[in-house]
Design a binder for this molecule. Sequence first.
Ligand code: ZN
Length: 512
Amino acid sequence: MPKDTFYITTPLYYTNSTPHIGHAYSTIAADILARYHRVAATGRTHFLTGTDEHGQKIADAAAAAGKPPKEFCDEIVERWKRAWRDLDISYDQFIRTTDAVHESAVQQIFLKLREQGDIVAGVYEGWYCRNDETFWPEAKLIDGRCPNPECGRKVEWVSEDAWFFRLSAYRDRLGAHFHSHPAWVRPASAWNEMASLLRGGLDDLCVSRASVAWGIPIPGEDKTIYVWLDAICNYITAAGYPHDMERFATLWPADVQLIGKEILRFHTIIWPALLMALDLPLPKLVFANGWITMEGQKMSKSVGNVVRPAELTDRYSVDAIRYVLFAQAPFGVDFSFSEEALLRRYNAELANDFGNLVQRVLSMLVRYRQGVVPARSPGDELNVEFESALASVRECLQDVDFRGALSAIWERVGALNLYVEQSKPWVLHKAGDAAMLDGTLYNLCEGIRWIAALIYPFMPASAASVWSALGQTGVPGATWEERLRWGGLAPGQTVTMPPSPFPRVEREASPA
Ligand SMILES: [Zn+2]
């Protein structure tokens, strides 16, 4: 079986913490693309997410909680799964690096690489940051501390017999790949950063740990496999490598791998080198999303400004969050998030522009036509504009441009609002111009049906509520190819008034 499935992945989330808005951002992005590809008639889609559960940090956190690591992870994993359920994340597969299939696959990968000479013996001595599970060259240390700006902890001198992945041997091939695929890492700033890192040369990577017990054992040795090697292989082990190569062939290479930019080096240098060593094709696109700052400040536990998705979904609908995060900034750049901005966009663009439009049009249909969709008026329809919006949305989402897609949709929302104002159905009704009123109401209802289908990847619940109010069945727009033909709304169809999809939210008075 050849590859026939759009395969999209999120980073694996580390189980020493629980989801915050930054994790939600990457995962919702993957969900939007997965839903889009499911309805956009491009074939099958596979959406993978999961958790990274090995390493010293997890062992320490579990010990602090007085639990065996696996039991500790079982509980944390439930919190991640619940967060994704709450945010309407439609993943197809959730991999845990403690899954037996993954563990055995990683062992097989390790042994294969060692057998073919890509993993070799050596001695590792160096400065090790326990928090980041990373060895740092002495030159990079800052005042003898970890150079990761997020960390800055004291490093330890570690010396051990170890196994090394011969990363340096892949430098030229990696460089060639970067230059023949200038868009394989996005945004462009990320490509540039990694291409210049390659020019500086690569060290071999230590891929075993004698000091870490909580990990995948190296067969026959008292060592474990480096947690990063273990975790990063999930994208292929989840797809069936090497235990189900038939399934693997339908999925790999991944079409889009979404990551945070702090893990670029792992995903665009180490990961492709491993794939080259395994003689596997590289992912088509690795896209690093930007960081969300809170009112301009980086989120951190110590500042106390970490936002949990659940705090927001208590006050706003899930769809409001899913919309605002992607309407706010182009994907790939850092942006500042504030509840103020969320509220402003929500009320203006969702409650006012879209929510009111739906209520207004459907109530006119109820008032003037007893809720029954009237006849079309050929020659005076909005098909051209909507077909061009559909083309723009497709083009944007193929290109991972969420904001561009939303703005193409909201241009149509704005145009329908203007159409109401200019065509004045209430005047047509008063004047008894039945044919004109029919055509106008038809255009409005059909336009709303298209918008419901187009917003589905972003706001599945709101899309479904409008979709079914218009008497449509199934997933909104599934599939666009079939359902997004102008005139798809059948005259004679009865509509119902949906509850307002986006009721206005007033700003709460700040607690005194
Ligand atoms: Zn560190």
